[in-house]
Write a protein that binds this ligand. Structure first.
Ligand code: SAM
Length: 289
């Protein structure tokens, strides 16, 4: 019997996570990035970009639910949502579960990610890609944010890690553009990596966020396919405190929402940070640059 083949994530310096490969669906180098799409018995389809796991069909709901529902339910009256990145469509699917959302603009740099996500991740993105409320633009998210005159209630940065085309999406200049695109009461949520293995990147992003937004926080979730402990999502707002509203209000707002990870209690609890993450966040904000 032949040895199983493994696809190894190479994103982190001192740790490697490998996925058993039962089928290769795509191995490609686009002008923007290296794409690997494989099948694994536990995670289903696994997408890596430049050696970093982006999404798996089995656990995508965790990250996407927490990125979409926490700010939308906290806001309570969001209509217009901007997604930057998120080419696999899983985040748009969660956002569009909210009937009050009337328009979702998604700015993704790589048309090929969208194209094959349509083909290979239809089980979770088909409803989004056929929803007339979704408007996809193929462009650099940083350029879009710097130049658009559109305004949004919630902005979600579903980016790759801060290397390659994604690096610009963690900068102070980018967050400044996002603040300009927010309506009063608006919220920005950012993908902030795994603080245990990406401490410096996490601290840089938290510091940049704090230099732009009056209210910055971060909240956590646990993704089985992202090894290294909790994943952090950043929160930036001029005027909206993530400690509000309370569980009763969130319960009322989410009563018709079908979820598998999100609950109002998980929403609240996600802002209670483990000490090592809290310390890194506090230290990041304390550094004056
Ligand atoms: N859930 C994933 C994670 O946690 O790493 C992120 C997934 S999503 C597939 C990331 C997307 O960001 C990719 O499709 C990539 O092409 C896109 N992206 C990277 N840099 C970008 C930029 N500057 N503007 C817009 N999209 C970008």
């Amino acid at each position: 019997m032949s040895e199983p083949r493994w696809l190894t994530e190479t994103a982190f310096a001192n740790m490697r996570l490998s996925f058993e490969v039962t089928r290769v669906l795509r191995e490609d180098q686009t002008p923007q990035q290296r794409i690997d799409l494989i099948e694994n018995p536990l995670f289903g389809k696994v997408l890596m970009l430049d050696g970093a796991t982006q999404v798996t069909s089995a656990d995508e709901f965790i990250y996407h639910e927490m990125m979409a529902h926490v700010p939308i339910l906290a806001h309570g009256a969001a209509r217009d949502v901007l997604i930057i990145g998120g080419g696999d469509g899983g985040l748009a699917e969660e956002v569009l579960k909210h009937p009050a959302i009337t328009r979702v603009v998604q700015v993704e740099i790589d048309a090929q990610v969208v194209e094959f996500a349509r083909e290979h991740f239809a089980e979770f993105n088909a409803s989004a890609f056929t929803d007339p409320r979704l408007h996809i633009e193929i462009a650099d998210g940083a350029e879009f944010a710097a130049t658009t005159d559109q305004r949004f209630d919630v902005i979600l940065i579903d980016s790759t890690d801060p290397i390659g085309p994604g690096a610009v999406l963690f900068t102070k200049a980018f967050y400044t553009s996002l603040r300009r695109c927010l309506r009063p009461g608006g919220i920005v949520v950012t993908q902030n990596g795994i603080p245990f293995v990406q401490r410096d990147e996490f601290m840089d992003a938290m510091r940049n966020l704090a230099q732009v937004f009056q209210i910055t926080e971060c909240y956590v979730l646990a993704m089985p396919s992202y090894a290294g402990g909790h994943m952090a999502l950043g929160w930036g707002s001029v005027d909206r405190d993530p400690r509000e509203p309370d569980v009763d209000v969130l319960t009322q707002r989410s009563s018709a929402l079908a979820t598998r990870y999100y609950t109002p209690e998980v929403h609240r609890a996600a802002f209670a940070l483990p000490r090592y993450i809290l310390d890194a966040r506090i230290a990041a904000i304390a550094i004056d640059r």
